[in-house]
Design a binder for this molecule. Structure first.
Ligand code: BEZ
Length: 196
């Protein structure tokens, strides 16, 4: 895993919320280096990757969270049935898609500035903004719900603070900002903070 990855953080928050974090050994690495250990477990060389006690490698943050739901006894975080469950999965997909856009934008921002690239990064910024506007309009109904969609949304917002503080995502989104302040106080979220 990598301390800067919002997808790894989502899995770590989910594990902590289900009381499983102490049973998971964290191996910190840079996925871009394509190290032999990571590639052997996950040919995509992506974090998070979870290797279970029986040696099975679980890849993809949502798939890992579904796997974590099969362990322990806590509240399940990934609802897999019913209208509410499908709505939560849709919200999770929006938050995850915007997180993908943010990570791609971050990777591009590390390269030299050429007009095509700047335009492409702007497109990612607008995509993220559209998703945040959707959540601004709907977040009042979330309350203190703890599920995969709210974990993914909180990790997205934290990642934007971490990598794109100048965006000021809170501007014009008071409901989202209020909701985030409450979520961010959770022990699972505080314990998985992005590096300074
Ligand atoms: C980052 O440094 O922003 C980052 C690192 C690993 C995965 C995703 C993002």
């Amino acid at each position: 895993m990598n301390d800067a990855s919002p997808f790894a953080r989502k899995v770590r928050v989910a594990a902590a919320e289900r009381g499983l974090d102490r049973g998971i050994e964290l191996v910190r690495l840079n996925p871009h280096e394509r190290g032999a250990e990571l590639v052997a477990a996950n040919p995509l060389s992506k974090v998070p990757t979870l290797v279970a006690a029986d040696g099975t490698a679980h890849v993809d943050s949502l798939a890992i969270c579904i796997y974590l739901d099969t362990l322990g006894t806590g509240l399940r975080l990934v609802p897999l049935d019913g209208r509410d469950g499908f709505a939560a999965l849709q919200r999770h997909a929006l938050a995850d898609g915007a997180t993908d856009a943010a990570v791609l934008r971050r990777v591009e921002s590390q390269k030299s500035a050429v007009p095509d690239r700047l335009e492409w990064m702007e497109r990612q910024r607008h995509t993220i903004g559209r998703v945040l506007d959707r959540f601004e309009a709907t977040v009042a109904g979330f309350g203190a719900t703890m599920a995969i969609d709210t974990v993914a949304l909180a990790c997205l917002l934290a990642y934007l603070d971490f990598r794109f503080p100048a965006d000021g995502w809170r501007g014009g989104r008071p409901e989202l900002a209020r909701w985030y302040e409450q979520f961010a106080a959770r022990p699972s979220f505080l314990a998985t903070r992005f590096p300074e």
